[in-house]
Design a protein around this ligand. Structure first.
Ligand SMILES: [Zn+2]
Length: 97
């Protein structure tokens, strides 16, 4: 091994999962924190669960809600515009007759 180019190796680095599971491994950092591991990941547990530690599902739902509100707003605007035009047409027809 060439000296002074390799990071310090920890043969008993501690891995700590958010679910509470811990084990040791070899790594270049003494402690590793993880969000999921083989003991709690849905792939291994077989349960249907959304792994959402960063709040990404919430963010998506907020985005969807915002979009739906916008669409409803546009539809309402379009409807009021149509009614206005209809009223104008009727007024024009009444004036012509
Ligand atoms: Zn875990």
């Amino acid at each position: 091994m060439k000296p002074k180019i390799h990071p310090k190796y920890y043969p008993n680095a501690q891995v700590i999962c958010a679910c509470g599971n811990t084990w040791t491994t070899g790594a270049t950092v003494p402690v590793i924190h993880t969000d999921v591991c083989s003991a709690c990941h849905p792939f291994f547990t077989g349960e249907q669960r959304i792994v959402d530690t960063a709040g990404q599902v919430d963010r998506f739902m907020r985005k969807l809600e915002k979009k739906e509100r916008k669409i409803a707003e546009i539809k309402a605007q379009r409807k009021s515009l149509e009614e206005e035009q209809k009223a104008k047409r009727i007024a024009k027809r009444m004036g012509a007759a």
